[in-house]
Design a protein around this ligand. Structure first.
Ligand code: SAM
Length: 574
């Protein structure tokens, strides 16, 4: 295999496995190419990929040279146009010839790409590319000037208006009275002035420029405003807790952003005279339980939220009468955290040319979409200093085998929690979410749960896109169909006819990290079942086995029950 084929493979694996080029090169001893050369080419090609993908697309060579894949074209064009020694293959070699014959066209496209970036020389472009490397910024075109100039796209600061303590109107009239409302998220990027954007998907969510700090405002300090990534608002909103008119369990609650969001949604429904239940917030970790309690208090949720501190969710007995009115569950378990902005585990972002991209005449003025990681999201600094997502971040330089093993453990843990949630007899809605981009923790868990014994016995199915609340139905990025097909095939889903991969993928919601939608990488999906299934249990008299006191909830966990539908080899996420 040539240097170029090996480099193409490396970049593909690095993207897919979210593993650094370095660990892939030096973790494997069987490369045919010199590892140093392979590392240098792959790193440089990745660095230049946002420019070169544009050059390759606009030159149209992918349509002419059918033997070139987008990633192979990227590494070859890199060396053809940018390497001192050119392509390290004889000119007669098929790969070299495939790009060499288009050199004039490619060079012209590189010049245009340079000029579009306002760079007077190749050296200036080189400096720009070097400067952007690792800078963690995405790019947007400059609509105002009409020039396709590249500007760093900075993630906005998302602010959830906490309806437990205030209203949107009140905050607009006071905290944000000097702010100018803008129509697009892009207008916030890099702005130093007080601008405000109303989110189009999640009610009571606004965005402000990343440069504007609200942590010293009275509204923030008193829990009226909560800094919460947009994607992280999806699970409670999708769950639509008030629609089930009962209690809601937040199974993995600390630090409590989604818990207080659930409470706010219930509180709002109460004002429109619907009878509402309470939120039961469960957190296993002692220190994080304390943070949860503080957050609940600060957010004004004490009356609606009951905190079960130091409580392992899997040890709650679903058949305890104390949970007889639990109609909805939110499950946001520990995960790899690979969707968190700024946590790339060393993997590079490679922009690949699109074979179907329109050629230049059609692209003139077209806004390009980039997805490099963006500036680190603000975390809740004050008054509670804690990162929202508790994650199993693993080792930055871990090998792909280690990552695979870690993901297998995490997904087994996540599935175990999800299947436990499905056992609550009165529940009719569940939302499952992670801040991971890996299908192992997302679509695979959803599909495995769907085809589990407990789901089929108790009538659980995926919450279809058409059944979702408006904002979630409208959200464009959906689950990965191939990941669903793969898992459904693996769990023998073909035997249970009526669920197909396309429908499941469409039901799943994905957020892309560092994208121009301004979110972290995130995944959420819902499960529902019809009222007719309510109250179904394994047929045992479990409720008589323990008291209904708070303590009674903690004893007699599900161990010993029929666990046939669970995956074996469980290890806690540690
Ligand atoms: C991703 S974080 C949850 C973030 C939270 N939902 C929020 O929005 O603020 C996962 C949490 O689940 C907790 N956890 C992990 N396993 C658990 C279990 N078996 N039972 C209860 N909590 C658990 C972790 O300690 C961690 O605080």
């Amino acid at each position: 295999m040539s240097l170029y084929h090996e480099s193409a493979r490396l970049l593909t694996d690095s993207q897919a496995q979210k593993t650094s080029i370095k660990s892939l090169v030096y973790g494997k001893k069987t490369w045919k190419s010199d590892p140093k050369t392979l590392f240098a080419l792959s790193t440089e090609a990745a660095k230049w990929s946002s420019v070169l993908s544009e050059v390759v697309e606009r030159s149209g060579i992918l349509k002419l040279e059918r033997g070139l894949t987008p990633v192979l074209a990227l590494v070859l064009v890199h060396d053809l146009l940018l390497a001192r020694r050119g392509v390290a293959l004889p000119a007669t070699h098929g790969l070299h010839a495939a790009v060499l014959k288009h050199k004039a066209r490619l060079t012209a496209e590189l010049t245009k790409a340079r000029l579009r970036r306002g760079c007077g020389s190749l050296e200036a472009l080189r400096a720009m590319v070097e400067g952007l490397d690792g800078g963690g910024e995405g790019h947007v075109t400059d609509g105002d000037s009409g020039r396709d100039a590249v500007k760093p796209f900075r993630q906005p600061r998302w602010v959830r208006i906490n309806m437990l303590r205030t209203t949107l109107e009140e905050q607009i009239a006071f905290t944000f009275k000097d702010y100018t409302v803008v129509a697009s998220l892009h207008e916030l990027s890099g702005a130093a002035s007080k601008l405000l954007y109303f989110d189009e998907h999640v009610p009571s969510l606004i965005a402000i420029p990343p440069t504007v700090d609200i942590t010293s405002t009275q509204a923030y300090r008193t829990g009226r405003l909560i800094l919460q990534d947009k994607a992280s608002c999806f699970p409670a909103y999708l769950l639509d807790p008030a629609s089930t008119k009962g209690d809601v369990i937040d199974a993995c609650a600390a630090p409590g952003n989604k818990t207080t969001h659930l409470a706010a949604l219930l509180h709002e429904a109460q004002s429109s005279s619907t009878e509402i239940g309470q939120v039961i917030a469960c957190e296993k970790d002692e220190a994080r339980s304390q943070i949860l309690e503080k957050m609940v208090k600060l957010a004004g949720g004490s009356e609606v939220i009951e905190v079960l501190a130091k409580q392992d969710f899997t040890k709650l007995n679903p058949d305890n009468k104390a949970y007889a009115n639990v109609t909805a569950l939110l499950l946001d378990p520990s995960c790899s955290g690979s969707g968190i902005v700024g946590r790339d585990q060393g993997a590079v972002v490679v922009h690949l040319p699109d074979i179907n991209a329109v050629t230049e005449s059609a692209v003139r003025g077209k806004k390009r979409k980039h997805s490099t990681p963006a500036a680190k999201q603000p975390s809740l600094q004050e008054p509670i200093a804690v990162e929202e997502e508790e994650v199993d971040a693993g080792n930055v330089e871990e090998s792909s085998e280690k990552l695979k093993a870690r993901l297998a453990n995490l997904s087994a843990f996540q599935l175990r929690l999800l299947l436990h949630a499905m056992r609550f007899p009165a529940a009719t809605r569940i939302s499952y979410s992670t801040c991971s981009i890996h299908p192992e923790e997302n679509e695979h868990v959803i599909c495995a749960a769907l085809f589990s014994h407990v789901a089929r016995e108790r009538g659980w199915r995926v919450m279809r896109r058409s059944e979702q609340v408006d904002g979630m139905r409208a959200w464009q990025k959906r689950g990965w169909k191939e990941a669903c097909s793969k898992k459904i095939e693996e769990v023998g889903g073909d035997d249970f006819g009526d669920t197909n991969a396309e429908e499941v993928a469409e039901a799943c919601i994905r957020c892309e990290k560092g994208s121009e939608e301004g979110t972290m990488g995130f995944f959420v999906a819902g499960f529902v079942r019809d009222e007719g299934f309510r109250g179904s249990t394994n047929g045992d008299a479990a409720t008589s086995r323990q008291s209904h006191s708070h303590e009674g909830r903690l004893e007699n966990g599900p161990e010993g029950q029929d666990d046939d539908d669970e995956w074996h080899g469980f290890e806690d996420e540690g």
